[in-house]
Design a protein around this ligand. Structure first.
Ligand code: OAD
Length: 233
């Protein structure tokens, strides 16, 4: 039986890299091709909504060309079989955790398959392209709908719930994230000061590696199943 009772897991782009989704900050990553201010800020959307829609339409369409990998599946297995509580928080906007079998995933940076209306706040699942002509399903405002993505300068979702889980967990695990973006980058310290053990699983040392009690380097498809196996053993 595991010595842990409450585990919080934070995932980032690195867990989906081996499924074929580009990370943000690795060479050739998403932000290398696109200025962040243009495609990931409310100001960028106001200045050129068509360009922003195109950027996220491409990402949304690409979801149908990728599949969950062994790391996503291992976390789903952990959620299903761990006797205690597992809180899975992701910064990723893809749906690979869900397609890998995970339940109750907290998408703190939003989801590509969700849209909301800036006019009336109605939210819905959106699998097809958005354009400046798209009408809100509820209030019919044209141009109201925008990708349900948390952009820079906006508040990540479910922070109260995440902070409560971090304060009571006894193990915090960070997988495939560069530790470059707050508040997610600060989760390790919050969990640590409340007494949790902390573990980083990443291809290389991240910006936040020094804050972790233990770090392991390698591809997520290898490290995550190994770690899950050890917890369930
Ligand atoms: P990054 O692109 O910043 O970092 C990805 C991390 O994954 C890097 O540290 C890589 O070394 C690591 N990595 C790459 N391939 C890996 C593999 N096969 N196995 C394990 N690790 C691997 O992505 P995030 O940290 O997720 O926010 O970025 C955080 C946020 O920045 C994103 O959610 C996004 C972006 O701005 C928003 O869009 C709001």
């Amino acid at each position: 039986m595991s010595k842990f009772e409450q585990i919080v897991i934070l995932t980032g782009a690195g867990i989906s890299a081996e499924s074929g989704i580009q990370t943000f900050r690795d060479a050739g990553g998403l932000w290398e091709d696109h200025p962040v201010e243009q495609v990931a800020t409310p100001e960028g959307f106001a200045a050129d909504p068509a360009l922003v829609h195109r950027f996220y339409n491409l990402r949304r369409a690409a979801l149908s060309t990728v599949a969950p990998n062994a790391a996503h599946k291992a976390l789903a297995d952990l959620q299903a079989r761990f006797a205690g509580e597992v809180t899975l928080v992701t910064q990723n906007v893809d749906d690979l955790h869900e397609r890998g079998g995970s339940k109750n995933v907290i998408h703190m940076h939003g989801e590509l398959l969700s849209t909301f209306c800036t006019a009336c706040n109605h939210r819905w699942r959106q699998e097809t392209d958005l354009t400046v002509e798209t009408q809100c399903l509820a209030c019919q405002t044209q141009g109201g709908p925008r990708p349900d993505i948390v952009w820079f300068g906006e508040m990540p979702y479910d922070m109260d719930r995440i902070e409560r889980a971090l304060k009571r967990c006894d193990l915090f695990v960070s997988i495939g994230t560069s530790g470059a973006v707050y508040p997610a980058a600060g989760f390790v310290q919050l969990a640590h000061v409340h007494g949790a053990q902390t573990l980083e699983l990443n291809l290389e040392p991240s910006q936040g590696s020094a804050f972790f009690g233990e770090t392991r380097q390698g591809p997520a498809t290898q490290l995550v199943p190994e770690w899950v196996h050890s917890i369930l053993a």
